[in-house]
Ligand binder design. Sequence first.
Ligand code: BGP
Length: 462
Amino acid sequence: MSVQYKFPTGFWWGSATSATQIEGAANEGGKGLNIWDHWYKTEPNRFFDNVGPESTSNFYHLYKEDIRLMKEIGHNTFRMSISWSRLIPTGRGKVNAEAVQFYNNVIDELIANDIEPFVTLYHFDMPLELQEEGGWENREVVEAYTDYAKECFRLFGDRVQKWFTFNEPIVPVEGGYLYDFHYPNVVDARRAVQVAYHTMIAHAQAVRAYRTFSFEEGQIGIVLNLTPSYPRSENPADLQASNRADLFFNRSFLDPSVLGEYPAELIDILREHDQLPVTEQGDSKLLKEGIVDLLGVNYYQPRRVKAKEHLPNTDGPFMPDWFFDNYEMPGRKMNKYRGWEIYEKGIYDIMMNLKENYGNVESFIAENGMGVEDESRFIVDGEVQDDYRIEFIGGHLKWLHKAIEEQCNVRGFHMWSFMDNWSWMNAYKNRYGFISVDIETQKRTPKKSAHWIKTVSENNGF
Ligand code: BGP
């Protein structure tokens, strides 16, 4: 079949998800508690419809059926995460044999179906015991993470060739230490900066550890949510606001991951406001060793900013928002269910930035997707007619294709997500899957987009 947008041979077509969001079985198979289990127990009212992480989409029991469906819709790759508190229930020490069995089964089943497993080590899910020791604020937790990472490489590295130390490491910083949407619900920028810094140190230690194993073809990287900043205008004040937002929300992780060092401008701002983290000797060298082989890019929305309308209240807590205001661009296209702007060209801008300023690092789109509420409205003959999702993906793929034509080094496209899953505080409010999941019966039913993506994958284009 002739297609208008043809992708390079071997392009990765797949999707991503994370342990807490699909496994369920949170109290089965010897799993320990993580911060989500704990937070839900103490404040169930913070979660949409009071739905918690205990059973989510039941992948723990239904993984075979799910992998069969992945195969059916043309996946050749799939990113999952390992639950640290399932593998090592208290965060350090004894490995849980049932968890090893489960992850071995999943990895083997994927490979048997010609789907390459991509594995994330940490997707927002700190073991509770380690959070009680201070979580990422405590440098000893970095050591525990490094041991956990090594254990994963040792157990699964013979078959898994794509590893990611962290998924969106800035999100637990923002959610847990600035804006109150993750446990431990702290509002304190200095602690946020320390958490961010230790996350990068943990990343670099895991990368260094991985490279001491001699796996022939393995690659290790990180997955970052890049949210390009667009200024309201070319006015220097707007440009500066956009530059600052970019420093805080993109370059804070992108620069150390790809260039091995923090942007000097960011360090200057933090120094000026007395927010620098505690560091140790040897850290700069370590960060250099953490330069990634492969960068996963999650893209959902742009960030539009303008110069501040009013001076910040400097008696209040220090915030990145002291340097810019969010800007609501007239006429912007919105996904109103999630409150996120849809701006397809953003995916191209990110790739051009990586090409021009980050050595054209090898990358792939690790997440892109559209969460929609109450999709049962769109059911015809038993199938969700999610034309909006097809339009959303197609719109982004066209821009990605243009980036590839302009020599951007991008290897694949993964959607969020394969099936409907549990979304942190939003629980099952917005549905993201190619496959719908009835949360009462756990029945899986492909949506219209599932058939569409199958043809895209089969034709390597559309
Ligand atoms: C990303 C996360 C995912 C996923 C997705 C959708 O930030 O990596 O875990 O949840 O966003 O966002 P949400 O679930 O908040 O709607």
